[in-house]
Design a protein around this ligand. Structure first.
Ligand SMILES: Cc1cc2nc3c(=O)[nH]c(=O)nc-3n(C[C@H](O)[C@H](O)[C@H](O)COP(=O)(O)O)c2cc1C
Length: 393
């Protein structure tokens, strides 16, 4: 068992996760697509921005707390939907949900997750549900109703995934979903007994192999089979009329995830959308995608005062959260950062990741002289001349 307190930052958690998980699982989480341009670019966009510290400000009473959709969050972040927490740790989504509830940040449960939403709802805390849309729309409508019945506060419709991406490394690693035990992956598992015993065998001995518990019943086969369900999921026919229908059906907060253009954001507003997640899916879909952080300013300029903007893709440090806030986001989502934590220590590891980011964000605010998140603006940047092209260039 890893002592998560020895992990001092998200990169330490990543290294520990790499040691614990089979290569196939680790790379499924960590890597992105094709030549890894987008994932690298996401990080560069954060790293390019330089901050100036402000001297002689009393920041002793500062706070990183905020409100999201009128409710408190201890930090301007929420957990991104990822279908992989249940592979990183036995019932990993439950662990993540407990950590999020303890840390008082919202958790987004993915359609592709392996824990039934009813079980997550029992944990409490602020819960958002992410929707992938099936080709058969009524299946998605049923899922929306199920999330509503279970008291989920927000629905996030992912709109950046019309087709499945080219993740060639999964094939090289002999790893994929549905999960077929290839020779390569079997050897990989043998080299990682902590994962094989602590995750895989626990599923086996509990008599319930992971399945996509939030898929419609006809697609709820275990991850050993599940043939065809992914195709049924990728709705390359998803259009704005669907969004109108979701708006009619969903009484709570409705967000679109994966909006990267101001014109799409303006259109979302006209459809009554409450918030958008500016995201390139952590660089996992289109490899030539612009960094989310780079497209954020023009979206903020277009709709920032009318809807809630959340940013994801590449957040690994608390200073990244502060940079995103300065460019117009109200909060960030973390995907891999909290997954690494989950892989290393379940709830304790996920909580460690959140607390690391919180602590780093707090220090960044102190250095830059910001006492509240509302005081964070591009005023803290060095060499910033506005827009998205001139940062540090
Ligand atoms: C392993 C993994 C699985 C993911 N699964 C989903 C998913 O089921 N639905 C979704 O909308 N996004 C999914 N994402 C994307 C995340 O929600 C988020 O956009 C991305 O991870 C943010 O980038 P970051 O990992 O650099 O923080 C996944 C990401 C990862 C790493």
């Amino acid at each position: 068992m890893v002592n998560v307190d020895r992990c001092l930052n998200v990169w330490d958690l990543r290294s520990a996760a790499q040691r614990r998980l089979p290569k196939g699982v680790f790379e499924f989480v960590d890597r992105a697509t094709e030549d890894h341009l987008a994932v690298t670019n996401n990080r560069s966009a954060f790293e390019r921005i330089k901050l100036r510290h402000r001297a002689l400000v009393d920041v002793s009473g500062r706070s990183v707390a905020t409100t999201l959709f009128g409710k408190p969050a201890s930090l301007p972040m929420a957990i991104a939907p990822t279908g992989a927490a249940g592979l990183c740790w036995h019932e990993g989504e439950l662990e993540l949900a407990k950590a999020a509830a303890k840390a008082q940040v919202p958790l987004t449960l993915s359609t592709a997750s392996m824990t039934p939403m009813e079980k997550i709802a029992a944990v409490g805390g602020r819960l958002w549900f992410q929707l992938y849309v099936w080709k058969q729309r009524e299946l998605s409508h049923q899922l929306i109703q199920r999330a509503n019945r279970n008291g989920f506060e927000a629905l996030i419709v992912t709109v950046d995934s019309p087709v499945s991406p080219n993740r060639e490394y999964n094939t090289h690693n002999g790893f994929g979903l549905p999960f077929v035990p290839t020779l390569r992956f079997t050897l990989d598992m043998a080299r990682h007994p902590a994962w094989t015993g602590g995750v895989l065998m626990r599923y086996f001995t509990s008599g319930r192999f992971p399945r996509h518990e939030n898929y419609p019943e006809e697609y709820q086969s275990s991850i050993l089979s599940g043939v065809g369900s992914r195709d049924a999921l990728r709705a390359d026919s998803l259009v704005w009329e669907d969004v109108a229908k979701f708006r009619d059906m969903w009484p709570g907060v409705l967000m679109l995830k994966g909006v990267n253009r101001p014109d799409d954001a303006i259109k979302a507003l006209s459809y009554g959308i409450d918030g958008i997640v500016v995201s390139n899916h952590g660089g996992r879909n289109m490899d030539s995608a612009a960094a989310s952080l780079d497209v954020l300013p023009e979206i903020a300029e277009a709709v920032g005062d009318k809807m809630t903007l959340i940013l994801d893709s590449g957040v690994r440090r608390g200073s990244d959260i502060v940079k995103a806030l300065a460019l117009g986001a109200k909060a960030v989502l973390t995907g891999r950062a909290t997954l690494y934590g989950t892989a290393v220590g379940g709830e304790a590891g996920a909580l460690r990741a959140i607390n690391i980011l919180k602590n780093e964000a707090d220090k960044t605010m102190a250095y830059t002289g910001c006492r509240t998140v509302d005081e964070v603006s591009t005023d803290i940047f060095w060499g910033y001349r506005g827009g998205n092209r001139l940062m540090g260039v």
